[in-house]
Design a binder for this molecule. Structure first.
Ligand SMILES: Cc1ncc(COP(=O)(O)O)c(C=O)c1O
Length: 376
């Protein structure tokens, strides 16, 4: 990889805003009527903001979402609901997807809620706890030797031969609807911050950090901010692991490109070789900065969130979940990112929003990094 960041001079509104906004209204109505739905908490981290040299720091903690330990359930829950609302589906239908963990668990869980079977494809190196969590949702797990991108292809092939329904969060030129519904489902996270943080006229934050795997989630949030605020949007930063910076490298190349890193980051949910094509088109010109960070920042972020200052809650955040906090720490503490800080005006006056998108989805890994068990 060639340098740890890309700065965008004059971001422009992304494509697809009108379409996703209309779908997101349906998703918002669906989620509020869904029996498992409850908003996730927003935390104020004053001491942490002070340590970093910021005016304020807000963190949305997604670990309690639907009891799935990650935000991902918002996408498949709406996408599968919407599939059933728009298609004839046989009782014996099977839902399938590929995953590094969180997305597949969400598909398996929602299939069970709806009374259908699920088959989930995962890389063989997946953490056993994440495989078990999916099996515990009643799904069949198929392990794939060649990694995440091959698991996606195998899920598509198996679906084509068996007539299964694919709920994948990556768009390709020939597969766009379901990823769009998943992105619309993610808008619920941003909607929950209205009006306290995402006021109608202006946002009570200046800078938002979002982390990317295939890019579907940050793209959905970027569309949200442009939709709600236009040019008055907060500045937007996309964070990725250096070992799997497929969005940053694709932006630099000007087209979806395979990440050149090892694809062995501890941020397993972000360990993706290629970006989603539609997410790439949304992100490429519509955020202020793309940043790649080494894994050690994820470890530092997990430890800091687990060890709060006075009046701050303990936040249990997994390796991928802590990535936007990790990105913020790197920006504030590593001189290598000085140009990014200047570009987005990040400093003493900044009010920053970050997301912890998962809890300890690998409890043994969390314990190794933080130095104590998740539940003492
Ligand atoms: C915990 C967590 N956060 C963020 C992401 C990034 O989402 P996306 O792949 O849509 O960019 C993922 C993806 O799996 C994830 O598991």
């Amino acid at each position: 990889m060639n340098g740890p960041f890309v700065l965008i001079g004059d971001p422009v509104p992304p494509p697809g805003i009108t379409e996703i906004a209309a779908l997101a209204d349906l998703a918002w109505a669906f989620h509020r009527s869904f029996r498992h739905y409850a908003p996730t908490p927003l935390r104020r981290l004053d001491q942490f903001a002070h340590e970093l040299g910021l005016a304020s720091l807000l963190l949305k903690d997604e670990s309690s979402r639907f009891g799935l330990n990650a935000f991902k359930g918002l996408g498949p829950s709406f996408a599968m609901h919407h599939w059933l609302a728009t298609h004839e589906v046989a009782d014996a239908a099977v839902f399938t997807t590929a995953t590094d963990g969180n997305h597949g668990r969400a598909v398996a869980w929602m299939a069970r809620q709806l009374g259908f079977r699920a088959v989930i494809f995962m890389p063989t190196y997946s953490v056993p706890a994440r495989v078990a969590a999916i099996q515990n949702e009643g799904a069949k797990v198929v392990l794939v030797d060649e990694g995440y991108d091959a698991a996606v292809q195998l899920a598509l092939n198996a679906a084509a031969s068996h007539g299964w329904i694919v709920i994948q969060d990556i768009a390709t030129d020939s597969y766009r609807d379901v990823p769009a519904w998943i992105g619309a489902g993610y808008w619920t996270m941003a909607r929950e911050l209205e009006p306290a943080v995402h006021g109608a006229e202006r946002a009570e934050i200046d800078i938002v950090l979002l982390h990317a795997g295939v890019g579907t989630w940050p793209a959905a949030m970027v569309q949200y901010y442009w939709h709600r605020y236009g040019a008055r949007r907060p500045r937007l930063v996309v964070v990725e692991p250096t070992d799997a910076a497929c969005v940053l490298e694709s932006v630099r190349a000007g087209a979806p490109t395979r990440a050149t890193g090892s694809l062995r980051t501890i941020m397993a949910g972000l360990n993706c070789g290629y970006p989603s094509t539609t997410a790439f088109e949304v992100l490429r010109r519509s955020v202020d900065a793309f940043v790649a960070i080494p894994d050690l920042w994820a470890e530092r972020a997990m430890r800091r969130l687990a060890t709060p200052g006075p009046d701050e809650p303990v936040i249990v955040s997994g390796e991928s979940g802590a990535a936007s906090v990790a990105g913020l720490m790197a920006l504030m503490q590593d001189p290598a990112y000085e140009a990014v800080r200047r570009h987005i005006g990040l400093g003493l006056d900044s009010r920053v929003l970050v997301w912890s998108t998962e809890g300890a989805t690998d409890p043994a890994g969390w314990q190794r990094i933080v130095g104590r068990p998740v539940s003492p």
